[in-house]
Design a protein around this ligand. Structure first.
Ligand code: SF4
Length: 316
């Protein structure tokens, strides 16, 4: 199958067979997200999904885990999702789990009976873009949910047996709010008990709506140092119990940092790694920002194995 757009799959699903069932994201309006802005959302025909299953089976594939793509596959009508699962099982009878991204709205729009039927058919992990524990931030970023709705969605999906996993973003609350953001998000997760949390620390691209807000002076980006400190505080505040450990995976792409581990067991190791990067960042003469201007000309540095460009934010 020709893949349309950027492959968007949480690292926890790296070993799954990624099977696209839609192109793009049916919501596609979060201010910070550029994954699918260039695509027109549409549902892929079942014939196309089936052809991909036949192709993979023909290559000897026998997946145990399937990740349905793209942006928010759980938004599909429950009947359509069940039809996809039935079709896939015809090719791969040993599949143990169908996992996918979901929005809070896509869960709330389904009835409890539908959620239970999807669980019975094999749906397991749902990855929700929670992003922030602060309502005004969710509103400003044009997320489709409030915090109260997020609590409600998590409660309902867990009651049906489905597994709650989350995506978050350090830096999303903007400059001067790192501590407040870390406390709010930790409180949300300490009450909702996700299995996996993945942090994609905020990266502002000028070409996206958030980049325009930044240039208009309506969003003030936190520095990379602040984002690291927010991450450190967040990790220190998360309180999963030993019987229900939490896998945490955190990416600060601008700095080339990835911190991962299982909480509570790996907490000290993860904090030490963040401390190391905080100490390095404190040596910088000027604060650094993960900002990508429209006219950036990244150059590849063989020594660091990373791209570099002028990421300074223009004065407003
Ligand atoms: S719901 Fe997810 S994929 Fe869709 S626009 Fe928002 S962040 Fe991007």
């Amino acid at each position: 199958m020709d893949y349309e757009g950027q492959i968007c799959r949480t690292p926890m699903e790296g070993s799954a067979f990624g099977l696209p069932v839609m192109v793009g994201c049916s919501y596609n309006a979060c201010k910070f997200c550029g994954l699918f802005k260039h695509l027109k959302w549409r549902v892929l025909p079942l014939e196309q999904v089936e052809a991909e299953c036949a192709r993979v089976k023909g290559l000897g594939g026998a997946p145990k885990k399937i990740f349905l793509g793209d942006g928010n596959a759980f938004d599909l009508d429950s009947g359509h999702l069940l039809e996809i699962i039935r079709l896939v099982r015809g090719y791969f009878p040993d599949v143990e789990a169908f996992n996918m991204d979901a929005t809070v709205t896509s869960i709330l729009q389904k009835t409890d009976d539908e959620l239970r039927a999807l669980y019975a058919a094999g749906v397991r992990h749902l990855y929700l873009g929670i992003e922030s524990g602060l309502d005004d931030v969710l509103r400003f970023m044009n997320k489709e949910h409030t915090l109260a709705q997020a609590y409600q969605a998590v409660e309902r999906l867990q009651a049906a047996g489905l597994i709650f996993d989350a995506h978050v973003m350090t830096g999303v609350a903007g400059a001067g709010r790192s501590e407040e953001a870390a406390h709010a998000l930790a409180e949300f997760f300490n009450r909702t008990h996700p299995t996996h949390v993945c942090n994609f620390s905020l990266f502002v691209e000028e070409s996206l709506p958030l980049g325009q807000e930044l240039l208009r002076g309506r969003f003030h980006a936190a520095s990379e140092l602040d984002n690291l400190k927010e991450d450190r505080l967040f990790v220190s505040l998360l309180r999963p119990d030993a019987a229900h450990p939490l896998t945490y995976d955190s990416f600060h792409d601008f700095l080339g940092l990835r911190v991962r581990g299982t909480l509570p067991a790996d907490r000290e190791k993860m904090l030490a790694r963040l401390d190391q990067f905080i100490a390095e960042e404190e040596k910088e003469e000027q604060p650094r920002y993960s900002f990508l201007p429209k006219d950036a000309h990244p150059t590849f540095d063989d020594r660091t194995g990373r791209y570099h460009w002028d990421s300074s934010i223009p004065a407003v």
